[in-house]
Design a protein around this ligand. Structure first.
Ligand code: 5AD
Ligand code: FES
Length: 351
């Protein structure tokens, strides 16, 4: 089948075979991409209009016990200047964020045992008590089902855990041997079962990635039926084993965003910071390819530059208010607007 026919098939049936996915990804061109993005924007308009949801990202610790080969805050990175925010600092971020119109707070951090289950539950509880009209999203990596359950009961609404790559051999080439694709995917199933609005995702252009791997990512996402999918280009970090690898492209990232939008039209799809990092117009292009969420940073400016997952990360010198205004302008310039809203998933909870 021609790429456009495959796009039509995906749009009407929400399914392609692995071979069809590979075909479509390998044979894409600019014309196919424009065809895809027009359809993706139609679906985005149908469910979200020109409304772009925002989430205030609070990067509260860059300590991490893991050693993922791509990540700038991996345990063996000597150059990472480590920090932890106090509960008070986290609450201040929320206060600033609330005033700026954020109604979702994302607590993201490395896998840092200093933040015990009890400390985390206290933080979640405190945010929920002070901001009952806000959603709390956690992005704390792999934990036990009991731990996820406890955090859910403490008030967390959503959880982000990218599966990174659905292919276990590829997964192994990006991670040390104590980590596995199987365990990561099990965490996602656990999160869904508990009742979290669940987000997964992957890097585009990670070392060794092929069209067959991306095909597997799409099949996995189709099966998982998450509420959110965050994808961004792989961007090399100078102090990692992948320092000399080449990064992912804007072009392929946008194409994958478009495909996700038409495969699962109600998905929450962020135009990620990594996309904005490799192209000054990356986030705008992401929205025009079908994304509907932006996640500016609410972390105190004093620690921003220290949460360096990859090189040249944008917005590290800006205050939260500047980022909000900057994104407002950027979205308005392409006919969209940021809204003051929790921005829940329109997908009915299926579990
Ligand atoms: N380039 C792009 N994305 C990265 N992440 C981690 N390191 C990099 C990198 N070098 C992504 C991973 C992780 C998320 C928090 O950031 O997908 O899940
Ligand atoms: Fe942060 Fe533009 S979004 S400065």
């Amino acid at each position: 089948m021609q790429p456009k026919q495959l796009i039509d098939k995906l749009e009407t049936t929400s399914r392609l075979t692995k071979e069809e996915w590979i075909d479509l990804i390998e044979n894409r061109n600019d014309d196919t991409a424009q065809y895809l993005f027009a359809k993706a924007r139609n679906w985005q308009q149908k469910y979200f209009g020109n409304r772009i949801y925002t989430r205030g990202l609070i990067e509260f610790t860059n300590y991490c016990k893991n050693d993922c080969f791509y990540c700038g805050i991996r345990r063996s990175s000597q150059s990472a200047k480590r920090y932890r925010l106090t509960k008070e600092q986290i609450m201040e971020c929320c206060e600033t964020g609330y005033k700026l119109g954020f109604r979702t707070f994302v607590l993201q951090g490395g896998e840092d045992g200093w933040f015990t289950q009890q400390k985390l539950e206290e933080i979640v509880h405190a945010i929920k008590r002070s901001y009952p009209d806000c959603a709390i999203t956690l992005s704390l990596g792999e934990r036990s089902k009991e731990s996820y359950q406890g955090l859910y009961e403490a008030g967390a609404d959503r959880y982000l855990l990218r599966h990174e790559t659905a292919d276990s051999t590829h997964y192994q080439s990006l991670h040390p041997k104590e980590l596995s694709a199987k365990h990561r995917q099990q965490c996602l199933w656990d999160l869904k079962e508990i009742g979290y609005q669940t987000g997964t995702g992957f890097m585009v252009g990670s070392p060794g990635q092929t069209a067959a791997h991306l095909a597997q990512d799409m099949l996995f996402i189709r099966e998982l039926q998450p509420h959110m999918v965050g994808i961004g280009p792989f961007v090399p970090h100078h102090d990692t084993p992948f320092a000399k690898e080449s990064g992912g492209t804007v072009e392929l990232t946008l194409f994958m965003i478009g495909l996700l939008r038409i495969m699962l039209p109600e998905l929450l799809l962020p135009a990620t910071t990594a996309l904005g990092t490799i192209d000054p117009q990356g986030r705008e292009q992401g929205i025009l390819a079908g994304a509907n969420v932006v996640m500016p940073n609410l972390s105190p400016s004093s620690v921003r530059a220290k949460y360096q997952l990859y090189d040249n990360k944008i917005c590290t010198g800006d205050e939260a208010a500047e980022c909000r205004m900057c994104l407002n302008r950027r979205m308005e310039s392409i006919g969209y607007q940021l809204v003051v809203d929790r921005g829940d998933s329109p997908i009915k909870m299926r579990c």
